[in-house]
Design a protein around this ligand. Sequence first.
Ligand code: MN
Length: 267
Amino acid sequence: MVTFKPNLPLYVIADVHLGGGSAATEDLFDSFIETLKPENNALLILGDLFEIWTGDDVRSPLTQKVADTLKSLSQTGTAIYFVHGNRDFLLKDDYAKSAGMVLLDEPLIISETLPQTGFIHGDSLCTGDEAFQRFRQKSRSPDWQHRILGLPRFLRQGLGKWARWRSRQHGRRTIQQQPTIADVSPQEVARFMEQHGLVRLVHGHTHRLAVHQDPAGPGTQRWVLGDWHQGAGSVLMITQSNISMHTIEITPSGQVKWSAPVQPLAH
Ligand SMILES: [Mn+2]
């Protein structure tokens, strides 16, 4: 658990899935980053910035460009924080440093300036998917990571392709056969929020953009970021007095257009 004291406004994004093949999403990401300059604000990347990550030594023109983009943002005064997702959990300090980001372990918790608010990627909440949770536990161990990162680059790239294929198959099968296990477990959400005394929980991973009321008792909220695809994305913004979530898209003239705030779901 990390007590988190970012500058405000804090912008939170997740599941950008760069490298997933959408050029429009890459353009939106670049333009969005530009809009954050130059201010003493903060950006939290809540996992799965990249579609897949097989080691900091496996660079591509895209990963280099993203590092340069983020580094230039950090140099204009934005503090950038990165929490791992289930696709880029092998991203380490070498790359983070080249991108001007600070790696943090989830959960991050803001408790001083705001009602107790927690931030996680969200895959740990999907406890209905036991096969995934077994892999998650194994792949987060230092031994496993050391073994994988010790493999030759070409082998890791091959494994990465296989993992993407397998994850798509697994996801499709899970959604068809048992739609509820592809989402978070409501019991695990309530348990996690109670464990950390959270009034608000913010996460991504499920790509199910929404604000849920009362997940862990009256007055509590669960804010779920959407993923970025085909030139549209979602951003949560936290100021001293407000929290709001928006979808953003890029206009034909290259401007970033923000939607009206996403409204809480009535239950
Ligand atoms: Mn994810």
